[in-house]
Design a protein around this ligand. Sequence first.
Ligand code: CU
Length: 551
Amino acid sequence: MPVGTVSIPRICQPGNITVTAVNGRVPGPVIEAKEGDAVVIHVVNDSPYNVTIHWHGVFQRRTPWADGPSMVTQCPIRPGGRYTYRFAVAGQEGTLWWHAHTSFLRATVHGALVIRPRQAYPFPNPDGERTVLLGEWWNADAVLLERQAFLAGTSIAPADAYTINGNPGDLYGNCHATTNRGISRFEVRRNSTYLLRIINAALNTQFFFKVSGHTFTVVAADASYTAPYKTDVIVLAPGQTVDALMAADASSPAAGSYYMAISPYQSAIPLRPGSFNGNVTTAIVEYAGSTPNHHSPPAMPVVTDTPAAHRFYTGMTSLLRAGSRSAVPLAVDTRMFVTIGLGFSACAPAQTSCNKSAPVVAATMNNQSFTLPTAVSLLDARFRNAARGVYTADFPDRPPVPFDYANATGRELLGAALASTGRASTKVRTVRYNATVEVVLQSTALVGRESHPMHLHGFNFFVLAQGFGNYDAAAAEEGFNLVNPQERNTVAVPTGGWAVIRFVADNPGMWFMHCHIDAHLSIGLAMAFDVEDGPTPDTALPPPPRDLPKC
Ligand SMILES: [Cu+2]
């Protein structure tokens, strides 16, 4: 996979823009595999930036050096350098994706990773499949935008457009007459059923997804099969995927084509005007042999429709196959209660254009604002038993000061109760091999309520329960789904609420857990699990591959 510089037309503005992309295209190539395949990908960095590639959702069992997050499992591939990622996609089927895991590079460096089953799908075989990759586009180099925002201690501007398979569609703003990027088209045959593999590759935005005149049956999320779930709206947070069957059986025979559309779900409370792009992005579903004559676009939920998002996010359950039992581990070894959210901190010395007299926004988990090491990766430091000066193993199991998480706001409280909010540190939580880990993710309201899509590397987790307000263990445990909870790699924790996840730490390595909103990851909404070695040679951390990039 060559990563290089490419000139691409701006959206809604004349001229081209230079961005970094794989194979010269945004999105990049679809990687197709069968369950159990060994995957070998040579990444050649012809770009001016440091690059790593993360294989989002791949367990990386026995291959922790191939996971990809920069300075967590590897040093970046320098300009002119190369690295070969080798891993297996075993015990996983469905739609995943790959993306750069350095800075904001994933705005343009991403693509689908499709894993098909060896045998049959656990649902009627579709007549066709379509990959639908949702993105966010800036008419600027996102890496430079992120750099400027960091130096100034501000947030990056909203995207200039949302895209479906790289295109903004024909309703974008008032500029469709001048847009020099097109509209994506999906041809279908009447009375056929299609498997849509939908991926939210956007950096900072959750999406509502609809197709005019059609409904869906969701069959998988994050490459885990779900019980068939019927809906006319699909919701995806950054990092998430949904596989949905769509029957091409639109009732209006006069129409030959229908709009597919995405619109933003903005969970922030309060929602600041100007903090997001409200545009609807479209594509066309076209019936073969008919005259294109698209219906009006679907009625999208309003941008703040949290009930619609919550209905979808909580409506799915995992697919229990005949004769199989629930895989949810019942005995918990390690319990954590982790606050997630935004706070304030002082400008860091490296933020050279920051207003030193005003606080800047920082993000924390249990009051710790994560900062990446600079000299050596976490995994390398662990492998060499050389954590000193790189990370500490004291990520706390609770916040330092309990408070009214979902309601308390204001700087006085931040100052009084959270004196250390935003203090940058590199803390991991060490976990015994094979331990069952339960984490309550509790979102805070200090700066504003917001839904944070929390992503765990190296594992899927079961989502046992989700809710709004402060977590109440006694009440919540009554409602735990221990029978068929959805299994995911990214959960959108409800805005001003909580989610309970559980996973078995049976994969030794350093596994990043972080908000998949890049604007929050870059200011510290992250931590890592250090999963210890097991008792046998094949449950121990393997040595790094010879071509692992050096710092
Ligand atoms: Cu977040």
